[in-house]
Design a protein around this ligand. Sequence first.
Ligand code: GLA
Length: 360
Amino acid sequence: MNLKTAYEPYFKIGAAISRFNLQTPANTRLLLDQFNSFTCENDMKPMYYIDVETIKKDPAKYDLEPALKFDVAKPYLEFAKKAGIPMRGHTLVWHNQTPKCFFHEEYDEEKPLVGRDKMLARLENYIKGVLTFVQTEYPGVIYAWDVVNEAIDEGDFRKSVWIDTIGRDFVMKAFEFARKYADPGVALFYNDYETAQEWKRDLIISEILKPLMEKGLVDGMGMQSHLLMDHPNPDTYRTALEMYGALGLQVQITELDLHNADPGEESMHALAERYAAFFEIYLNAKKSGKANITCVTFWNLLDENSWLSNFRKETSYPLLFKGKSEAKEAYYAVLEKAVPKESIDKWEPGYPDSEYEVKW
Ligand code: GLA
């Protein structure tokens, strides 16, 4: 038994991976053995596509059509194509991890921000370029894109250079362009964090999802779901999930992890129970038709590789696997929600030690 088989009747189970994971054979084996979707943790963010070095050599030439590069994304796309594992594209438009110069006249941060028309042209050509490359070279590999990430903050649209250049409709425009250039069948998502908070949930629905739905531009809502042991409350989370689901969109849990800084047995048991509670919510929502969940993605494979230790400034033990692909109690708890206990065997990866060496 494995995660992808146990959840096959309901939704895909994914994981985010980094370059380190991609180049560690035991990690890619774990991914392929247990998961049937993956996301690049970082390497398909705007800063890796926008080719600042080339642009700077001749800014006038690239004024409306930014030069793009795919050297960082390619190894993941190659891997996905060869291994036959589908990918989520993450992410096209974000306020973070995007070169600052992208928003300025002559791509020079010292010069003023460009006006709306020029930024719209840059945005359209950037989205066109990324989607065309991926769909031409790797057709069918990416089945869903996070078109816009994290546009809502502090009770409104987040203050960002996207707003300063284009205005509040940058979200609508990004989706218009994504729809225009995405292959049919590629699902377009809005993705955000803390999506169960009531004010944020309501704004996402009224200001982002509904206007996009009126124009047929969005297919799904991405709930990142970086959870804590005591937040959010599962009922609040379920309510939000069902409200997104009630819109008729797909819902994907795009970045699931559960921060826990205590690796002791009791604490890891509590982690397992909390994961079980959330998977019960996911399964119930799917089975009852209250939310069409199509994928649940964990934010990395192993505790040791989680971004949380860095972000929370304390070692975190937030995932289902650790060390040499060993399954934690939480792994079994998640499986037990979907399949009978008798059908679950002990997970023994048995990968040779040599496969854990990173070959850069
Ligand atoms: C956000 C982003 C992700 C990633 C995480 C931290 O959730 O959407 O891409 O940067 O933060 O790893």
